[in-house]
Design a protein around this ligand. Structure first.
Ligand code: NAG
Ligand code: NAG
Ligand code: NAG
Ligand code: NAG
Ligand code: NAG
Ligand code: NAG
Ligand code: NAG
Ligand code: NAG
Ligand code: NAG
Length: 838
């Protein structure tokens, strides 16, 4: 039983627990006139949460608090407390009043805690307070209007689906506030929430002192945190609307209980319930490493990319030195760094990349990058600026983010260029010149320039050389680091001295494979793709699929071996597993698990087999493929761009769960740049993003495009290029776009799933698909966002898709001509499968 099986087994176990009748026959709601007494509970429909009075400590008389806790785990874990400061010791009740307020009162009828709903609209006697299965207690009217919800008054726990908000208009924000102690729910000194001074960052405080800070928001929307050893994925999203900006998170539908909690000891933890050990497992904890606020002192930064990470390493910015060399070298960083040379008004800026920006910034509204630079260079007290364009995540209002600093730079970290909160910090430094073309040369520069022209020239040359040297050094360092990170397994495990047989990963001889496939006879062939032919065979008593790679792979034997081993380490339940490989002479073969239910292609487009795919199954396939792709793009140790995602490369297991096949092929074939321009276009016509098909530019966004096409196929049950004969449209994308534009989106769903389909989910998927197939790669969402939207349904406002590419004055024929041109002018092979369609 491998880990994912164990994981599924655990889920089944917990489902069994859920299916048992709840311990007491409690309802999931409260109505006026029927108060909840201290010995009763309300249990959510679904059984995940319970609400009632609890006593956290052994004090006498027992202090009773109204709380919400997990109902289906053996350890009482309270996630919300109402009367934190005013516990009741006897005869306490919770009632819902005629005015729709929740009231906790004591035996003498005194009100100890209440919600503060005002306004006559609420005052109709038919309101209910329902404990939802998410752990949210909702007071609502019969027509669904929500008057109050516990999710908007968080205690110390942040649950999936909850929002931590910052409201633009009122400048109010939600904050988690820790308990005071292990048995004391009263408010402790630690809190966590948005920074309403800036609306751009999240801070954890001890009292009023910051303990930890996320850098200012750079506009990303979803971050996914993947824990390989526990299969737990958490999607943290930042949603910006006109009224508010909030953080929320979600986990997979079938994930065990997961929460963020701010502990009484001042740690922010991501916890997941483990039914195996019957305990909460801390998946991640903050502050850690470079997190502590102001760790390296003023003008110092913590280098989380350093080789010694996760041990924090303090450094001074270029042009700075430790304020006290002795303290610095003995590991005391609080005094930070000082400038080696004072800056003057005319000094220019050094671009420092991959930084998490310092705190204490001023946000200058409505500036372009140029205007932001001018803003800083024209103000002599400005020492740095940073710029971001938030238009991907903020659709209206001011989408610019111009930050400027004066004085000391506090709480900086180097996070690397790939980090989500990664900014370029433009730092004013002595000896750097403002750009000659800069609009805002100060008077000082204008006067000094002609006089010192020659010496400045010399300085320029020197600093240019110095910068170049620095850049080189940095590049080398980064390269070195990459090798350490990614090359670990390859270098260690397939080093020169290590015979392949030592690997846990089996090497299979060519003879064995030839035997298993009857010398690659046609009778054993089950498929053929751009990368080679696929056979079915028996190896070691197991049915396997064997892929014989075509011979134009440019890789040498050793590189091939390393690549395969690296890629075989990628394991995810939505990826086909690689079981072994063989390399002998010209022959390169890969051995995969064999999946009996054929490909999505062979099921979706087959008149009778397609009936196996009702809407729920299709939606699960969509979600599975999205998760698998996300893993390839972001959550695995390598960034893998599939480059040939299509229905034919999605295999279905016995339970119709999807598994992506052929991933990592581009790497195996020796094209392992991450975002590059390649002359070998590999892929399938109709699934290929325009910029990839036309110009050979590929990135994760070209996979997103293919995913969008796949999504449309799954929903409509039509092939991407089959529509012309039926509907008079050149292809499926154009057809879908037209239907969407005309408001006839519902008609797109496959008629064979009409009965089972959920309109909302179908509409959501089509909307998402149209976002994925937009012409401009920058407009397409990233996979974490796609997965988040799929997991969370329609709760998030999606942007409006722009017209897909086929409208952009180019016809299919022109595109084909362009492709042919590319082929003829390419010195490399072009592997293009499936050009004709079927
Ligand atoms: C409840 O306790 C309070 C003091 O804690 C006391 O004044 C009151 O009489 C008690 N009421 C009952 C019904 O026991
Ligand atoms: C309700 O309002 C009172 C007085 O303004 C305040 O003390 C109390 O904390 C509020 N309760 C809640 C649950 O907001
Ligand atoms: C729902 O009922 C409330 C009063 O109970 C009313 O204020 C609100 O307008 C109603 N909303 C809708 C959509 O009918
Ligand atoms: C409450 O519900 C009852 C029955 O559902 C209905 O007769 C009554 O008019 C409702 N009251 C109000 C104020 O809407
Ligand atoms: C929080 O602040 C208090 C008082 O200022 C201090 O005693 C305590 O050590 C701080 N805790 C942390 C974790 O910083
Ligand atoms: C997962 O791995 C991390 C780091 O290797 C470790 O700290 C954590 O305890 C592991 N979690 C589990 C549940 O094994
Ligand atoms: C932003 O600046 C431009 C020109 O600098 C101006 O036309 C526009 O009205 C400004 N927008 C806002 C929201 O201030
Ligand atoms: C931000 O980016 C969008 C799209 O990339 C662009 O249209 C817009 O002009 C940019 N805004 C600024 C201020 O640069
Ligand atoms: C220059 O920057 C300082 C600090 O940010 C600010 O207080 C001051 O108003 C700015 N001066 C001008 C002319 O913008």
């Amino acid at each position: 039983m491998d880990r994912s099986d164990a994981f599924i087994y655990v889920i089944i176990m917990s489902v069994v627990v859920v299916l048992l009748p709840p311990p007491c026959s409690a309802d999931d709601r409260l109505v006026p006139g029927k108060p909840l007494t201290s010995d009763a509970t309300v249990v959510s429909d679904g059984g995940a949460f319970a609400m009632g009075f609890f006593s956290p400590s052994n004090s006498t008389p027992a202090k009773l608090y109204l709380g919400i806790w997990y109902n289906d785990i053996p350890r009482r874990t309270v996630v919300w407390v109402a009367d934190r400061e005013t516990p009741v010791t006897n005869g306490t009740t919770l009632s819902l009043t005629e005015s729709s307020n929740l009231v906790v009162s004591d035996a003498d009828g005194r009100v100890r805690w209440t919600t503060n709903i005002t306004g006559g609209a609420a005052g109709n006697g038919n309101t209910t307070a329902v404990l939802m299965n998410t752990g949210n207690l909702v007071v609502r009217s019969p027509n669904g209007t929500i008057f109050w919800q516990s999710f908007e008054q968080p205690t110390d726990s942040f649950l999936p689906g909850m929002k931590l908000r910052m409201m633009y208009r009122t400048r109010a924000s939600d904050r988690l506030v820790s308990w005071r102690g292990p048995g004391d729910p009263s408010p402790g000194s630690f809190s966590y929430g948005g920074d309403t001074d800036t609306f751009l960052q999240v801070i954890m405080w001890n009292g009023t002192r910051p303990l930890m800070r996320d850098g200012p928001w750079t506009g990303y929307m979803v971050d996914s945190q993947y824990q390989t050893n526990t299969s737990a994925i958490v999607y943290v999203a930042i949603i910006d609307t006109d009224e508010e900006i909030y953080i929320t998170f979600s986990v997979a539908d079938d994930a065990p209980h997961t929460r963020f909690v701010l502990t009484y000891a001042g740690k922010y933890q991501l916890q997941r319930w483990s039914s195996g050990s019957s305990a909460w497992v801390v998946l991640q904890e903050w502050p850690a490493g470079c997190d502590p606020y102001d760790f390296c002192g003023p003008n110092g930064y913590c280098d989380s990319t350093a080789a010694e990470a996760p041990l924090p390493a303090c450094r001074c910015l270029d042009g700075f030195e430790p304020a006290s060399a002795a303290e610095w070298s003995s590991g005391r960083f609080s005094r930070g760094c000082r400038r080696k040379e004072a800056v003057r008004c005319g000094d220019g800026f050094l671009a420092v990349q991959g930084m998490q920006c310092p705190d204490k910034f001023v946000h200058v509204p409505n500036r372009t990058l140029e205007a932001c630079a001018a803003e800083c260079s024209s103000n002599c007290s400005c020492v740095a600026y940073a710029y971001a364009n938030l238009s991907n995540s903020r659709s209206r209002g001011d989408t610019t983010r111009c930050l400027v600093w004066s004085g000391e730079l506090i709480d900086m970290a180097k996070v690397g260029a790939q980090g989500l909160g990664s900014d370029t910090l433009y730092l004013r430094l002595a000896g750097l010149q403002l750009h000659a073309g800069g609009r805002t040369k100060s008077n000082a520069v204008k006067i000094v320039l002609p006089v010192l022209a020659s010496s400045i020239l010399v300085i320029l040359c020197i600093s240019f050389a110095w910068l170049k040297m620095k850049a080189c050094k940095k590049r080398n360092r980064e390269k070195h680091r990459k090798q350490i990170l990614f090359g670990m397994s390859a270098a260690e495990e397939v080093g020169e001295g290590n015979p392949v047989q030592d690997l846990e990963f089996p090497f299979v001889t060519f003879e064995d494979i030839a035997l298993a496939t009857n010398n690659f006879s046609e009778a054993y062939k089950i498929g053929q793709g751009g990368f080679g032919k696929v056979y079915k065979g028996m190896l070691g008593g197991q049915e396997v699929a064997i892929k014989r790679l075509s011979r134009n792979s440019q890789q040498g034997t050793k590189e091939f071996r390393n690549e395969v081993i690296l890629i075989a380490k990628l394991q995810h339940r939505n990826l086909v597993r690689i079981l072994g490989f063989c390399v002998e002479g010209d022959e390169k073969l890969l051995i995969y698990e064999y999946l009996p239910n054929k490909s999505l292609d062979a099921t979706l487009f087959n008149g009778s087999r397609k009936l196996l795919l009702d809407w729920t199954t299709r939606f699960n396939i969509i979600k599975g493929v999205a998760r698998g792709l996300l893993y390839l793009h972001q959550d695995s140790r390598l960034t893998i761009i599939h480059r040939d995602l299509k229905a034919g490369n999605i295999l279905l297991d016995a339970e119709m769960k999807p598994k992506i096949a052929d991933f990592g092929m581009a790497r195996i074939f020796g094209d392992n740049q991450q975002n590059a321009n390649t002359q070998r276009v590999v892929g399938t016509y109709g699934y290929m993003a325009p910029e990839y098909a036309m110009e050979g530019i590929f990135s994760t966004k070209s996979d997103v495009y293919s995913f969008g096409v796949l999504l449309l196929e799954v929903i409509t049950g039509m092939r991407r290029n089959s529509v012309s004969n039926i509907m008079g449209f050149p292809n499926l994308i154009v057809y879908a776009w037209n239907m969407w534009k005309e408001g006839k989106t519902e008609d797109l769903a496959d008629s064979s799933i009409m009965d089972s389909c959920l309109q909302d989910e179908v509409l959501l998927c089509i909307h998402l698909a149209l976002l994925c197939v937009q012409e401009n790669p920058d407009d397409r969402p990233l996979m974490p966002f796609v997965v988040f939207i799929l997991e969370n349904g329609s709760s998030t406002a999606l942007p409006t898709p722009s017209r897909p590419t086929y409208f952009a004055q180019r016809s299919d024929k022109m595109e084909m001509d362009q492709l042919r041109h590319n082929i003829e002018n390419s010195m490399y092979t072009l592997t293009l499968t499936d050009v004709e369609g079927r």
